[in-house]
Design a binder for this molecule. Sequence first.
Ligand code: G6P
Ligand code: MN
Length: 445
Amino acid sequence: MKLTILGGGGFRVPLVYGALLTDHAEGRVTEVVLHDLDDSRLYAVARVLDEQAAGVPDAPKVTATTDLDEALRGADFIFSAIRVGGLEGRAHDERVALAEGVLGQETVGAGGIAYGLRTVPVAVDIARRVARLAPDAWLINFTNPAGLVTEAMSRHLGDRVIGICDSPVGLGRRIARVLGANPREAWIDYVGLNHLGWVRGLRVAGRDELPRLLADPDLLGSFEEGKLFGVDWLQSLGAIPNEYLHYYYFNREAVRAYQQAEKTRGAFLADQQARFYEEMKRPDAAALTAWDRTRAEREATYMSENRETAGAGERDADDLSGGYEKVALALMRAIARDERTTLILNVRNQGTLSVLDSDAVIEVPCLVDANGAHPVAVAPLPDHATGLVCAVKAVEREVLAAAESHSRATAVKAFALHPLVDSVNVARRLVEGYTDVHPGLAYLD
Ligand code: G6P
Ligand code: MN
């Protein structure tokens, strides 16, 4: 079984390889191909993987290449984890938006739109090549903004592209734990778009346990989302939102915290990772030790008091070790070995949410087997959630249209229609600001 990792020089690749190393069963991945545009990043990560594999007799063989077509040929699975414009690009996304007084988060609001606009053309090019060179491969997309990028790729790969995120599973696990339930035995009723979903129920042995949590202020206030959103607001909603909804429900505070931060999340990570890749240029550096130290520093920031500067919020040790690489591996195993399972994934709607058309990619529990991921029927969202989902999906569609037509006016429309961008004039200046700093947006006419 051959797995190709696009963005193979990325900092999180050793997490994926570490997960692969725990799999000794028949049908496991035996060959890993790393692809990246940057040779020195590939070299750095390959060194880490090499040290990880030491002493593991059945460790997957690793090769690295900067030739995309060569990387894709013969792949059974392709993980796409690219970052167009790098972490410097992420820092620009944040800064340009903040200068206009709006949110520049990696995936939400203006920042997410800018990131989407420069990523979609690259993702579409990859999807076209996969369709030509590896038509039977499954593409697992982690590239953010994951829902939008998965939808762009699905126009060329249909249901062979599946988007993943670690946030719904982490949320479900935290809720189960606070309720004293076993996360593995709980059915999580979650739906929405990526980074824009709500847990409406958590059923154990046929009984919904969520009302018990919502009725108990002490319990509710004791876990991450309870602290983040506040007990009263969760009770008013009657659901537990994905942590990224904090940027909607508490937008003003989030923008202010970003503005006051000494460094934005992207700038922090850009500096931190640059140091790691620099260190890896020394032939005598201990690769795995350096990587592990950098990873620990990064993870420590998740526990920080200030979630806006820390990034995606407070997480506990279990969440950190059960992240996206575990979702990716579980998905790949279910498909490759027909090990049926349920995972919350980004797939085409196919009638699941009746307010969206069938090609709209949504985030929803899916049954996964050798035939892929099949969304499970869920109850409709309440009107306030439907409103947000429809508004943000409409924005995503404008991003896809702008990437296809190269129309600057369409890009302006994408920003202007976003619920977190409060003026068409702001949208116009955002497009100017972003095209000034991002070479990846030079295609806009
Ligand atoms: C979560 C999200 C990812 C996102 C990441 C950011 O895991 O689900 O989509 O990329 O947080 O983490 P970072 O450490 O890069 O700020
Ligand atoms: Mn995510």
